[in-house]
Design a protein around this ligand. Structure first.
Ligand SMILES: [Zn+2]
Length: 472
């Protein structure tokens, strides 16, 4: 922080050194206390300023507009307005570039333009009264980092234009990243400022009274966190069907802060869900290769080696029934798989990692793919309208990878996926077969994992919050 402040002072004209030091006082104190939008903190800080500085002490000689609007503005800034209102537009800029939001705002005549949908650099420059040449020069100056090549609504571009010349351009990408481009003798210089948020941990506990979404939200979990929890535990708990009143949950997750301001959420670190009396728990572990996965506290993968259903189905038109009348043939033919009714063209995913051992037309199955997996398991996908291009017999596929599309080739009364699951050649009901776990924590990392897992579970048990996870 100190470094930033001093850079700022150096950039100010010497005559205004007195003003600058008052600014420094403000900046110094406010930075310590309020990087956020907390109005209360701002007010108490502002009263620390010893004397009321006159607006003209702050105004540089070349500040031309000098309308009363400007001086009132400067006055108000220093005395009783919360800091985040010193910005003419977004409070985001103020909280990101506090030191700059305070000082140059007073000294210089910045104009902000909010990025609207459909905006380009050219359209915003045009609104600011700048020329195509300016656009070109700024594009050149930022060609390396491409930071201005994509603009999104909600972002802000601030311009400092003097006598028709663009002196400075400030672009706040998001709360963590901003860039300032300043005119020099021979072009423009860019300065990128990135901030790293502090990570804190947070625990939320809750009990189900009506539904997962209602009660988890009431307990304080965001939609994003509820989805993360459902994804981690979704291999074991069907959150649409299995949830009951009195089910309980605890979630330990990361929150990102800039100073006191929470700017976002990170990942779930540990979660426990007691569903109908059965406890499911998971911890996050980053292995030595940098892969993140969730495991049970004793090191089993939370993921299963197979997806329960290889298609996002609307409904299951026919379940597993070894003795049913075939809808097309009208004869009794065992149905040894599950049918997922879905629109023609719906993607079909490989339910597990494996190798394609059949890709082609196969009697009543129509266009079909058979995948050989580990553990002597095969899966079969039938009635496809087409195959995913690039795949053939012998191709290796990953769990969740699209292999083809729903259709009604072969003997089918309508578009659907017919899916079979065989273990040692014997048909199993894909809906109920016990699915093997994905790879556990490797042996070589068991020690590191156990340490991490027991620490996370202890935090979850103790209900301790806001403890930095990495003690360094
Ligand atoms: Zn079928």
């Amino acid at each position: 922080m100190l470094r930033k402040v001093s850079t700022l002072i150096h950039s100010l004209p010497k005559v205004h050194l007195a003003a600058a030091s008052i600014c420094t006082l403000i900046i110094g104190t406010t930075l310590l206390l309020l990087p956020s939008e907390e109005v209360e903190a701002t007010r108490s800080t502002i009263t620390l300023i010893p004397a009321k500085p006159k607006a003209n002490q702050h105004a540089p000689a070349n500040l031309e507009p000098s309308g009363n609007e400007t001086s009132e503005y400067a006055d108000a800034n220093l005395l009783d307005q919360p800091l985040d209102q010193t910005k003419t537009t977004t409070s985001e800029l103020a909280s990101t570039n506090l030191e700059e939001a305070v000082a140059p705002q007073i000294m210089e005549n910045w104009i902000d333009y909010d990025v609207r949908s459909g905006d380009s650099l050219t359209s915003i420059f045009k609104r600011a009264g700048l020329s195509a040449r300016d656009v070109y020069q700024i594009s050149q100056a930022t060609s390396e980092n491409q930071v201005l090549s994509r603009l999104y609504p909600g972002q802000t571009l601030s311009f400092l234009i003097q006598e028709g010349e663009l002196q400075k351009l400030r672009f706040v990408q998001d709360k963590l990243n901003s860039i300032e481009i300043a005119r020099t003798a021979d072009g423009y210089d860019t300065r990128i400022e990135s901030r790293t948020p502090d990570i804190k941990t947070h625990i939320v506990t809750g009990t189900i009274n009506s539904s997962l979404f209602v009660d988890a939200a009431r307990a304080g979990l965001s939609d994003n966190m509820i989805m993360q929890m459902a994804q981690i535990l979704g291999w074991d708990i069907d959150f649409a069907l299995d949830i009951r009143e009195h089910d309980r949950f605890r979630v330990l997750y990361e929150e990102k802060y800039l100073g006191d301001e929470k700017i976002g959420e990170g990942d779930i670190l540990a979660v426990e869900f007691i569903n109908q009396g059965e406890t499911f728990a998971a911890v996050r572990y980053t292995d030595s290769k940098g892969n993140n996965n969730y495991f049970t506290p004793d090191g089993q993968s939370m993921r299963k080696a197979f997806l329960r259903s290889p298609v996002d189905f609307r409904r299951i038109s026919s379940g597993f029934n070894p003795a049913r009348l075939h809808p097309v043939l009208g004869t009794k033919r065992p149905h040894r798989g599950v049918d997922y009714a879905a629109k023609t063209g719906t993607p079909i995913k490989a339910s597990g990692d494996g190798k394609i051992i059949w890709r082609g037309t196969k009697g009543g199955y129509g266009r079909a793919i058979i995948i050989q997996h580990g553990g002597n398991i095969t899966t079969l996908y039938a009635h496809m309208s087409g195959y995913k291009s690039g795949l053939s017999t012998g191709s290796r596929v990953k769990q969740g990878q699209v292999i083809g599309y729903v259709g009604m080739s072969g003997l089918a009364s309508g578009p659907h996926l017919h899916y079979e699951f065989r273990v040692n050649g014997v048909h199993k009901n894909p809906m109920t077969v016990k699915l093997p776990h994905a790879e556990p924590v490797p042996q070589s990392e068991q020690a590191a994992f156990r340490q991490q897992a027991s620490r996370l579970m202890a935090m979850l048990d103790g209900g301790t919050t806001d403890i930095a996870l990495n003690g360094n």
